[in-house]
Design a protein around this ligand. Structure first.
Ligand code: UD1
Ligand code: UDP
Length: 394
């Protein structure tokens, strides 16, 4: 379908006057949480820099403050904000709010393509809405799998379900592509691009970076901690924190910074298990630029996060992944990630070993980069241009 975008720019008007009618392809990006924003904003900015696209940004607001931080960092101003976050939101709340609110946006904009990212409920529900309206979907970070529908929960379901409807699949690695092929996805819908998270990392990490928290940790080995997974809330998270506290109390040359997620359920457990230890600082989530530089300054990381598993290998930082499964086996193969589950004693032993054995530490701290060179957004934009703009012109 050819049309002149309603958001016609001066340039396109000039082009029209010249008789060279400018036909823009409308691409809507939809995202709602911190990690999606970190990995989608570089792509949004790349798409916006190309005159052949009319780029519309819709945020669901599944996250609020943590999303705003990232939008601010990348200077992305959404065209639509569904503003759906509420305290203690359930998966029903998020899914139903998106389905009912995004319909009008899609109806009004009628994009040629909607891009979603990864495996959040925002991505799943937005892709489902597009399917209902028969709007093509492109999936950024396609093909990650644990093949255990309950781990991570509900993300493994979300990402598999998105793959059922996606027309363009942007896989970060060869392995992710193979996962999709095994599921019967046609090879010509899959493009290996690297991960856009590395694009973000390329712009944030700075030499000579300083911060008061890093000053506090100076002279100690810095441990960075994050935790938030739904399936870890409750006893698994308590066990994780108990193990971490035991090790920190036994090693007086280490200090830990824990940028805590805004989820009150996480805060309650952290307060219960970690408070009162003067070598653990629990801080409000820093902006992405700060967090990436904290990673760079750290000795090692303990986390149940997904994105951090991609960023840490690029920085050569050992990560103990406090989950039973990972969809990022490339980082495990590269040696930077070790899957330690949520058993208190296993985390305790693994953490202690990494602190006490130089050999184990050295093995895990080689910088490798299985997730790309930091130009995934450029590749994705090129592919979209080739498929949506140039094909139309032929
Ligand atoms: C969501 C995603 C998860 C992703 C994670 C990244 C789903 C089901 N989960 O999980 O895949 O790994 O984001 O962090 O899509 N809150 C705030 N302010 C914010 C953000 C969150 O107050 O800016 C609080 C709210 O009380 C909210 C709660 O955190 O109800 C949980 O947020 P939610 O998006 O439901 O779950 P996450 O664990 O963040
Ligand atoms: N991050 C951040 N500030 C923080 C913690 C994490 O900017 O306080 C970044 C981190 O570098 C990564 C992303 O947020 O890019 C990961 O987000 P999260 O762990 O919440 O989600 P997941 O990746 O598990 O979906």
């Amino acid at each position: 379908m050819w049309y002149i975008s309603t958001k016609q720019t001066n340039n396109s008007i000039k082009a029209k006057i010249k008789g060279d009618i400018m036909k823009k392809i409308k691409i809507m990006t939809v995202f709602g949480t911190r990690p999606e924003a970190i990995k989608m904003c570089p792509l949004v900015n790349e798409l916006k820099s190309r005159t052949c696209f009319d780029t519309v940004v819709c945020v669901t607001g599944q996250h609020k403050e943590m999303l705003q931080q990232v939008l601010h960092a990348f200077k992305v101003v959404p065209d639509y904000d569904l503003a759906l976050m509420k305290p203690e939101q359930t998966l029903f709340d998020i899914t139903s709010a998106i389905l009912s609110k995004i319909k009008d946006v899609l109806n009004k904009e009628r994009p040629d393509l909607v891009l979603v990212h990864g495996d959040t409920t925002t991505a799943f529900a937005s892709a489902l809405a597009c399917f209902y309206m028969q709007i093509p979907v492109g999936h950024v970070e396609a093909g990650l799998r644990t093949n255990d529908i309950y781990s991570p929960f509900p993300e493994e379901f979300n990402r598999q379900a998105i793959s059922l409807v996606s027309k363009y699949n942007f896989s970060p690695t060869e392995l992710a592509k193979e996962n999709l092929i095994k599921e019967g996805k046609s090879e010509n819908t899959i493009y290996i691009t690297g991960n856009t998270g590395i694009d973000a990392l390329r712009t944030t990490v700075k030499d000579g970076y300083t911060h008061s928290e890093l000053e506090w940790a100076k002279g100690s080995r810095l441990i960075l901690i994050t935790a938030h997974r739904r399936e870890n809330l409750g006893e698994p998270m308590r066990a994780m924190f108990r193990a971490i506290r035991r090790v920190i109390e036994e090693h007086d040359d280490i200090k830990a910074i824990y940028p805590i997620h805004l989820n009150p359920a996480v805060r309650e457990i952290a307060d219960e298990v970690l408070s009162g230890c003067d070598r653990i600082r629990i801080i409000e989530p820093p902006a992405v630029l700060d967090f990436h530089n904290f990673m760079k300054a750290s000795y090692m990381i303990l986390t149940d996060s997904g994105g951090i598993q991609e960023e840490a290998p690029a920085l050569g930082k050992p990560v103990l992944v406090m989950r039973d499964t990972t969809e990022r086996p490339e980082g495990v193969k590269a040696g930077t990630l070790k899957l330690v589950g949520t058993d208190e004693d296993v985390i305790y032993e693994s953490f202690k070993e990494l602190l006490e054995s130089e050999e184990s530490y050295k093995k895990m701290s080689e910088a490798t980069n299985p997730y790309g060179d930091g130009y995934a957004s450029v590749r994705i934009a090129n592919i979209l241009e080739e498929n949506l703009v140039k094909k139309e012109k032929r």
